[in-house]
Design a protein around this ligand. Structure first.
Ligand code: NAP
Length: 300
């Protein structure tokens, strides 16, 4: 099966590599073409324009930073929207707003093409190991058609029905819980530290007793050591997700006070030039507020 892939960032590179490994013929485009080098060596075909991907494949995966990049790619003058042939499928895997998904799904439907939303849980190492959790929603026949590709990239696919936006809402709910978890881990460790408990010890005890979830273990280790570079998920993108959560909540007149607190934390980290660090670097702000100077790889 031919498949196109657009967006070869930290996540996209591993995902496209797994499609190649599963036997798909993969055509790729990335704004910075040098990121395609390894994939080309492994058999992918690199094309000079995004629209060429649409001309080569009936199914196109996108894994881009944000709503603006995705809209530009679909709706722009040279975008894929106009090039994807009748019955073609846009498999949109970025974390974007439900509103963008609704608009793009309508635009595709009007052109006789299909939009499937399939955002993911898992960091770049999980993407490279085909261990992503995929949340998939959109027209049933299109979902069925892309299932082999999703299975090649993930360990489990959760199907969420015909309304593509449902997948984005659930993805944002999960990311809200992740950002709240980072804040709570940082506050718990910093409280312990102010009373003389080593951060590692707090993380170890909490994650080996009442909070054994992988997410607690992994972020717990990072936050205990103040080890935020290289970024698995850039803090600037984490702030984008906090904005998306609050935007989605605002649309339905739902207060999310915890999300607002974390958004402020991420914004303050961005102002302190931490946008390219991992988003768990929000924890540095917790230490600073407590009068502590984080050591290790944390930046002042
Ligand atoms: P990333 O490393 O920053 O990659 C972003 C990709 O988008 C790159 O290919 C970039 O191209 C492209 N891009 C950005 N703006 C563009 C534009 N205006 N036109 C064309 N291409 C553009 O981000 P990532 O970590 O792979 O994340 C990708 C998506 O997955 C995001 O929506 C993120 O929220 C989501 N996600 C990330 C993680 C994670 O842990 N990293 C986990 C789950 C979901 P260049 O290479 O030219 O910059």
């Amino acid at each position: 099966m031919d498949i196109g892939f657009i967006g070869l960032g930290s996540m996209g590179r591993g995902m496209a590599a797994n499609l190649l490994r599963a036997g798909f013929r993969v055509t790729v485009w990335n704004r910075s073409p040098e990121k395609a080098q390894d994939l080309v060596r492994d058999g992918a075909r690199l094309v000079p324009h995004a629209r060429d991907v649409a001309q080569a494949s009936g199914v196109i995966v996108t894994m881009l930073s944000d709503d603006a990049a995705l809209r530009e790619l679909v709706q722009g003058e040279h975008g894929i929207g106009r090039q994807l042939g009748q019955g073609g499928i846009h498999l949109s895997m970025s974390t974007v707003s439900p509103q963008t998904t609704q608009e793009l799904a309508a635009l595709h439907a009007a052109r006789g093409t299909h939009y499937v939303a399939a955002p993911v849980f898992g960091r770049p190492d999980a993407a490279a190991a085909a261990k992503l959790f995929v949340l998939c929603a959109g027209p049933q026949a299109a979902r069925q058609a892309v299932m082999p590709a999703l299975q090649a990239m993930g360990q489990r696919v959760f199907e969420l029905g015909e309304d593509a936006a449902a997948a984005n809402v659930l993805k944002l709910s999960g990311n809200f819980m992740l950002m709240a978890t980072i804040e709570s881990l940082a506050e718990a460790m910093t409280l312990g530290e102010r009373y003389g408990l080593p951060r590692e010890r707090t993380a170890e005890v909490l994650t080996q007793s009442i909070f054994p979830a992988p997410v607690m273990v992994n972020y717990g280790r990072q936050i205990a050591q103040h080890a935020y570079e290289p970024a698995g998920f850039k803090l600037s993108l984490g702030l984008k997700d906090a904005d998306l959560v609050l935007g989605a909540a605002r649309k339905v007149a739902m207060p999310m006070p915890l999300a607002q607190l974390v958004q402020g934390r991420l914004l303050s980290a961005l102002a302190r030039q931490r946008g390219d660090m991992d988003w768990s670097a929000a924890a540095i702000g917790v230490s600073e507020d407590a009068g502590l100077k984080p050591s290790s790889s944390a930046r002042d």
